[in-house]
Design a protein around this ligand. Sequence first.
Ligand code: NCD
Ligand code: ZN
Length: 346
Amino acid sequence: MDRITITRPDDWHIHLRDGEHLVTTVPHVARQFARAIVMPNLKPPVATVDDAIAYRDRILAARPAGSRFRPLLTLYLTDRTTAEEIERAAACPDVVAVKLYPAGATTNSDRGVADLRGLAPVLEVMAQTDLLLLVHGEVTDPEVDVFDREAVFLERELAPILERHPQLHVVLEHITTEQAVAFVRAGGPNLAATITAHHLLLNRNAMFQGGLSPHAYCLPVLKRERHRQALLGAACSGEPKFFLGTDSAPHRRTDKVSDCGCAGIYTAHAAMEFYAEAFDSMGALEYLEGFASQFGPDFYGLPRNRETISLVRRPSPVPASYPLAGSQLVPMRGGETTQWQLVAPG
Ligand code: NCD
Ligand code: ZN
């Protein structure tokens, strides 16, 4: 198969940032996707419906002429989030989910949740109003090895949340381990997971290949090959619990190449090309449409898109960098080529 036409996909987890960053990030996401779940980890975080609406308008203003790209907003859950704010969010069609960052787990998560039990009333309102809970699934306990933080989170934190709130729809985001794949499979119908393109294409060797590469550092950190194989198996299985979320996370080059380099891999410029490559490597291109364009909207209770895109097997060069807010952004595969090329509309 050298060409594939599918329903236009959506990205169920992306970081677009704010201000000048939007000039770079929004055209990239809008070229590929009809909709995207936009993460709220700005500084300060998107914590209220008013914040979300104002952010939505800044994103819409950065769309290329003629684009109908639609951002779907998320609220950043903090220890001070109120049930009233959640009710307001549920009444706003542009806010579809609430994001749980364990405090300190990743970029801009210092305002995240320290005591989840205290938020039980908030989660109850979410369950009743069909707002989804999106979970960054890593413990922050410094005693736990960084490569084990996701697996430990499943039993220690996620299982109790699911037990206390069986009606809540939960997405375990950017899963990276065979343990997470098994946990999601074993869970009830209200539990799903997103998988990034970079975790399908790279294992942890990428961080150390020929020297230390800050551009291959993200959170959750890349894992062993065994785990990448488990993710490929899940993504290409046709199981509706696994769907697309790029976690494309732009950082200025100067923030990545630094004494304390930021976590994040940028894939928004060629996300579907990367996913096509991953599915093709498994001989599973016929499963790409479900993963990219059907299972996400179904889980969120949103309509599937109507237009199509096509991907052709054709090498396509990736710029070494893009301009980003006065610095550069080094994209995944920068200076190299993708194996597939997106042509839109299909
Ligand atoms: C994300 C970011 O930069 O905001 N970084 C990352 O490595 N994925 C945060 C996140 O999603 O954990
Ligand atoms: Zn993310």
